[in-house]
Design a protein around this ligand. Structure first.
Ligand SMILES: [Zn+2]
Length: 222
């Protein structure tokens, strides 16, 4: 049976759980390799050597490196959880490029179809007291996603995650609409992960693009 491997941190765990709910409708098995809160160095990467061309490996593992270590703070009040960005210290573009290179090495020999989701946005106005100090982090995270998408564009399928949430270009750039889908300033409600899963699935199993086909034939000729 064809496998869908979901690799990353908390969003990967939640999206993998949502994808599992579609297992009976289609012929695939979901495997989750996720560690909530993990930065790239601590992602529990599976052995990719035994993947086949039928399988899909979804990577969503760069999101917790966008800010420096220990810059967030979890607050629980009356059953409501908020994950604050208490120190607005973005990681450098260099760090981002380094982990992109590390991921590139990992996927280089993976026979599964490799899909990379760009980073889900977080800490968008976690609260009033951080509003001033966290100004600009939506723009920063969008900029870092452009870097990620450009980095991997020629190598694998890169999906702009906002296309799985919104239909129009204007909505995809709308910070307020994005925030409204989140429950703790980082994660979405379970029904949003179901929506993401439902919209992602057709893109995982679409026929290979002409470009991929040409690349495959080129490798066979060699
Ligand atoms: Zn806050």
């Amino acid at each position: 049976m064809r496998r869908i491997l979901v690799i990353g941190a908390s969003h990967a765990k939640k999206l993998g759980t949502a994808l599992k709910q579609f297992e009976n409708q289609r012929d695939f098995k979901v495997e989750i390799y996720a560690q909530p809160g993990a930065r790239f160095a601590n992602i529990p990467f599976p052995d990719l050597n035994n993947c086949t061309e039928q399988d899909v490996a979804i990577f969503m593992c760069l999101g917790n490196d966008i800010f420096e270590k220990n810059s967030h703070q979890v607050e629980c009040k009356n059953r409501n959880k908020t994950i604050h960005l208490s120190k607005n210290k973005p990681s450098s573009e260099n760090h981002l490029l380094n982990i992109c290179s590390a991921l590139q090495k990992r996927i280089a020999n993976c026979r599964a179809k490799v899909v990379i989701l760009d980073n889900f946005y977080k800490h968008l106005r976690c609260c009033k007291s951080h509003m001033e100090s966290n100004r600009g982090i939506f723009g920063l995270q969008r900029k870092y996603n452009v870097i990620i998408r450009k980095f991997f564009a020629s190598q694998c399928t890169v999906i702009e995650h906002t296309t799985l949430l919104f239909d129009t270009y204007a909505d995809r750039r709308n910070e307020r609409k994005y925030r409204e889908l989140q429950v703790d300033a980082v994660h979405f409600s379970p029904c949003q992960y179901l929506k993401i899963a439902a919209r992602l699935l057709p893109r995982l199993f679409s026929p290979p693009s002409i470009y991929t086909e040409v690349k495959r034939i080129a490798t066979e000729i060699k």
